[in-house]
Design a protein around this ligand. Structure first.
Ligand code: GLU
Length: 307
């Protein structure tokens, strides 16, 4: 008899800027998908990007999301979970799966033998085995980074619930990818994996800008001893008329601005719901009212152009 695990999803905002239409569309999919599966929703503030984190953005995002009708069952902040990341980086280091690296971006760029997709750089492992520990690396460079030691032929294959089958040999595409820029392993790539495992997340729903980062995250999860990794569901982003990811240059799409201009939460949810095929243009609807209409199948497989 197989045991059916209950669904655990998460919303993972980074307080590097204000919550805008693009973030909310992805969070709508994540929230609805968890709730239609009778699942739990975890709110995880990803506040490890210190120089880019904006004071007050976290509280504003929480307020905006509640106003829009989102709720969640548990709430965490990554900045309060550094011990877990430190334990994970120590374990990976002990087991030969993580090492400090002193190469600069320029060194890594200069060593590329072929152009790589997007801004992904291949790293063949020049620093692997060079330093006994982080401290030794800091004698050569003030701010080293941690890299993951990828084994030959190591990769990941999975079926994304939205994007379909995805398979990558990480040893050929990325090589020894960066894990974190902090001695304690507190950086996006490692932290997100440690948290998803620790919080028992069963499915990660997020923007498809992170699809290419997923195989590396699966490798980390396995190296940390995970018996099961989460499933994935990557949905298209919201872009401006120029096809670029929604940003300040496309005007003010902050939720807080729509709200102070007097727009209702139902209007915003309706606009985004229509872009996913769950309601008609101009319809105003509460988030919860979309539960019976939710489907991944009606979401277009191309970015939603907001103009
Ligand atoms: N915090 C990340 C972001 O806002 C999302 C990370 C994730 O969903 O894995 O882009």
């Amino acid at each position: 008899m197989s045991v059916i695990k209950s669904y655990v999803g998460r919303l993972a905002p980074s307080p590097t800027g204000a919550l805008h239409l693009g973030n909310v569309r992805t969070f709508m999919v994540a929230w609805l998908r968890a709730r239609v599966n009778g699942g739990k929703v975890i709110m995880r503030i990803e506040d490890l990007d210190h120089p880019r984190d904006k004071p007050g953005a976290e509280a504003q995002a929480i307020e905006d999301l509640k106003w829009l009708g989102f709720d969640w069952d548990e709430e965490y902040c990554q900045s309060e979970r550094i011990d877990l990341y430190r334990d994970a980086i120590r374990k990976l280091h002990r087991e030969g799966r993580a090492y400090p690296c002193v190469c600069s971006r320029r060194d890594v760029e200069a060593a590329q033998s072929a152009p790589h997709e997007g801004d992904q750089l291949f790293y063949a492992g020049a620093c692997r085995g060079r330093f006994a520990d982080w401290e030794e690396a800091t004698k050569e460079k003030e701010l080293p980074c941690w890299r993951f030691a990828v084994q030959k032929g190591e990769g990941a294959s999975f079926v994304d619930a939205f994007a379909g089958p995805y398979s990558v040999d990480v040893s050929r595409t990325l090589g020894d990818f960066p894990l974190a820029r902090d001695e304690n392993g507190a950086g996006y790539t490692l932290a997100v994996v440690v948290d998803d495992l620790d919080m028992g997340v069963t499915e990660v729903v997020r923007g498809d800008d992170l699809l290419a980062a997923t195989p590396a995250q699966i490798l980390i999860a396995r190296a940390l001893g995970a018996s099961e990794v989460p499933s994935y569901c990557h949905v298209p982003l919201v872009v401006g008329p120029d096809g670029r990811r929604l940003a300040k240059r496309h005007g003010d799409t902050r939720i807080s601005s729509f709200r102070s201009a007097g727009m209702s939460a139902e209007k915003i949810i309706g606009l985004l719901g229509a872009s996913c095929g769950w309601c008609s243009q101009g319809e105003e609807v509460a988030l919860e009212a979309l539960l019976p209409r939710f489907s991944l199948e009606t979401i277009p497989h191309k970015p939603f152009i907001f103009q």
